[in-house]
Write a protein that binds this ligand. Structure first.
Ligand SMILES: NC(=O)CC[C@H](N)C(=O)O
Length: 199
């Protein structure tokens, strides 16, 4: 946006495909930093939680003393976008988590891990997502979760043809089951940057 400074966007870099997100965000003009410590979190205007393995991310976030600061930041209204494992981290409730797995919460949804089972490790499909524009988005799902139930505070943004919800938003929070950082279609990251500008 002309005249406005580049937003400072953090990418949670405990585990997972944080480099891909950092590259997309830099390409869109954001000032990107990797977040592994509470001080790094307090320096950003928005945060992306990448795909990876949510149970590992959860353990590392707690071990590094980041889980509580992350919850506080989410509660205080920091814009946060979670993809895949990141969506699981943002869900108020996890279905099929490993024993003791915790989420940060924030999104009024229940998310089922590995919802497509071991037969379907990954697949690609085109999704109609009016919130980000007219053209369908090519979406890549990798051992992906689905949003199993959406509470009254969250809004579904996209669903598969069978009706299962794969993208949601709630105020400053955004979550997708799929990985826009690997397709070259940057509309979800642009949508998220617009949220940061508006926050
Ligand atoms: N691509 C991904 O982020 C996979 C998510 C992973 N199955 C989990 O439970 O966290």
């Amino acid at each position: 946006m002309a005249g406005s400074p580049a937003p400072k966007v953090g990418v949670l870099a405990l585990q997972g495909d944080f480099r891909e997100h950092a590259n997309v965000l830099r390409g869109l003009g954001a000032e990107v930093s990797l977040v592994r410590r509470p001080e790094e979190l307090s320096a950003v205007d928005g945060l992306v939680i990448p795909g990876g393995e949510s149970s590992v991310m959860d353990k590392l976030a707690r071990a590094f003393g980041l889980a509580e600061p992350l919850k506080e930041a989410i509660h205080a209204g920091l814009p946060v976008y979670g993809t895949c494992a990141g969506l699981i981290m943002l869900a108020d409730s996890i279905v099929d988590g490993i024993r003791g797995q915790q989420s940060l919460g924030g999104l009024d949804v229940a998310v089922r891990r590995n919802a497509f089972g071991s037969q379907t490790e990954s697949f690609e499909t085109d999704l109609d997502i009016p919130a980000i524009g007219e053209h369908p988005l090519h979406a890549v799902f990798i051992r992906a979760p689905v949003v199993e139930s959406v509470g009254p505070l969250a809004t579904p943004l996209a669903a598969l043809t069978d009706g299962r919800v794969v993208a949601v938003e709630q105020g400053n929070l955004l979550g997708t089951s799929f990985h826009p950082e690997v397709t070259g279609d940057m509309r979800f990251h642009e949508y998220f940057l617009a949220k940061i500008h508006a926050a």
